[in-house]
Design a protein around this ligand. Sequence first.
Ligand code: PEP
Ligand code: MN
Length: 357
Amino acid sequence: MHFFIALIMIIPKEPKLSVEQLSAVTAIVEEYDCKLQAIVGHHRSVYAVLGEERKTVMVNRILGLDFIDRFDAVDSPFKLMDINSELAHHKIVLGNHIVGEGPFVIAGHCTIDPKNPNLFIESAHAVKEAGAKAIRGGVWKPRTMPYSFQGDDASVKILMEARSQTGLPVDTEVMDEHQLRIAVEAGVDILQVGARNALNYSLLKSIGQMTQNKKIAVLLKRSMGMGPLNEFIAAAEYIAAAGNPDIMLCPRGTNPTMDGYRNYPDESITPLLKEKTWAPVIVDPCHSVGRAKYVPSAALAAIAYGADGVIIESHLDPQRGIGDDPKQSIKPAVLKQLVTDIEAIWAIKNRTVLAGN
Ligand code: PEP
Ligand code: MN
């Protein structure tokens, strides 16, 4: 399917449709050249009718089925990601962690060096020991210069080895369907959509379709040129409408840059996002400030703003790293102190929230 326009979301009376009910509804929508797309939430499933135009007769026929409660009446462009949508209580579970319940720290190399797999594995163990709940490692890299190291399919194996040795979920960026297929087949837990692809709607749709019902989450970076918050949430809506609502939003700094930083730090958009969407916010302070020495403060600021976690580039020996590691990776020992501080800020933040401030 090359397009979708989800005009209506069907809400069943039970948390999800049975197989027979699903085929009854599917038969109706197909008569009208539409398709039915299940969006499986943590507490309930909703069903998007995908098609080109609203068809009143079809709508009335579906509403006439006794197991259908109603159509979603959310008055928002975001049928799925809106704070008031049927998925508002959706939870993303990664490893032993329910995102939103305690700080979710993802850490590891910017880039996996396929010539030195052991270094990545050792860093993975070290960031786990420092308190990370998931491991990051770039298999494929969006590099500014075409002559820089672009990544290597072979690094997926190294990433999955880190997963099996640490028992933690793993995160990597995919930029096209070839990479997407390899990552999904390998069993990567979190697919990162980078800042350069955050507005690549074809890729967003493919990711939503290929990851649905596979317990794979998507970490959607904010594009460096992205202005309005709605543009960011709309990109997430693309992935959800294609079938996968397990989306975390990741502010990572925008352009124009702030003098001295790599980008313009944007962790302060966290509470604004949270007014509009239920999606967890995982801030990336490394790409935002771009210099290791400023990363801990930016990470703590993110948590103070109410972020559900951070994604941090961390490397045992940053000077031996590739990609961004030499300039913006923090050592696992620094990460360990940071995780302790994050927990302290988290506790204060929750106390503040409880106090109603
Ligand atoms: C990265 O996470 O290494 C990366 C390239 O991030 P971004 O897409 O935010 O630049
Ligand atoms: Mn990087």
